[in-house]
Ligand binder design. Structure first.
Ligand code: ATP
Ligand code: MG
Length: 235
């Protein structure tokens, strides 16, 4: 399958902190690609750099064979949509209005069909559409954040730790949804500390350690690797 997103030699520093050091990542269209790594490995930095919120020191990011634009709103318009760590829902807006913010790039277009599509995928959001997002549970807020991302009609969805802080049964629901999203033809780049789940769902994966990719392979290969087992699957 063709490469949709190609990251080459990406380096990012925050002052003296080298967060990414020459990272190469290839994402094939239609796949789920996972990046696993511990706290501070550089996972969020990688996603923020792809979506234009952090400027790299070096390296290139190509999307569909062309360099990605530099400005975040132009990157969104290309179909590269970032669902941030910690969900970042607008707690004082209703669920419906939160969803509509995800479609802001289509100013002037009727977004009702898009809303209905999200309600089909996330029935809980339809039931509560007129309530404030702040009244949702953590798992429901994660679903809202993903649904808001889908309102931007992504070609690729960048998901930052969707399982963070959620009970196992809710994590399973979120992962089922990630599979359904891939099955609709949307490519997913998933970063996670939850290595077991992320490796279980993905078509291909990378291990990020101290800003460097030090292992890669299919989810199955990495689940079977001694190094991954010791460092990321213990307990
Ligand atoms: N805005 C910033 N200013 C300075 N240093 C930063 C900033 N953001 C991140 N860092 C540092 O860059 C490194 C990578 O951070 P990043 O948030 O990308 O890691 P992460 O893998 O997402 O971690 P976590 O699993 O805890 O979310 C860390 O050392 C972090 O302290
Ligand atoms: Mg992070």
């Amino acid at each position: 399958m063709e490469t949709i997103l190609k990251v080459t030699g990406l380096s990012v520093s925050y002052g003296h902190v080298e967060a990414l050091r020459g990272v190469d990542v290839d994402v094939r269209r239609g796949q789920i690609v996972s990046i696993i790594g511990a706290n501070g490995a550089g996972k969020t930095t990688l996603l923020r750099t792809i979506s234009g919120m952090v400027k790299p020191l070096a390296g290139t990011i190509e999307f569909e064979g062309k360099p990605l634009p530099k400005k975040p709103h132009k990157i969104v318009a290309e179909g590269v949509i970032h669902v941030p760590e910690g969900r970042k829902c607008f707690s004082g807006l209703t669920i419906r209005d939160n969803l509509l913010t995800g479609g802001y790039v289509f100013k002037g277009r009727d977004l009702n069909e898009d809303l209905q599509e999200q309600y089909k995928l996330f029935p809980i959001l339809e039931q509560r559409k007129n309530q404030y997002a702040g009244t949702l549970s953590g798992g429901e807020q994660q679903m809202l954040a993903v649904a808001r991302g889908l309102m931007g009609r992504p070609k690729i969805l960048l998901l930052d730790e969707p399982s963070m802080g959620l009970a196992p049964i809710i994590v399973n629901q979120i992962y089922d949804l990630i599979r359904q999203i891939r099955d609709r033809g949307i490519t997913v780049l998933l970063v996670e500390q939850n290595a077991r789940k992320a490796l279980g769902v993905c078509d291909y994966a990378y291990v990020l350690e101290n800003g460097r990719i030090n292992l890669q392979g299919t989810g199955e290969e990495l689940l079977g690797s001694d190094e991954v087992r010791k460092a990321y699957l213990a307990g």
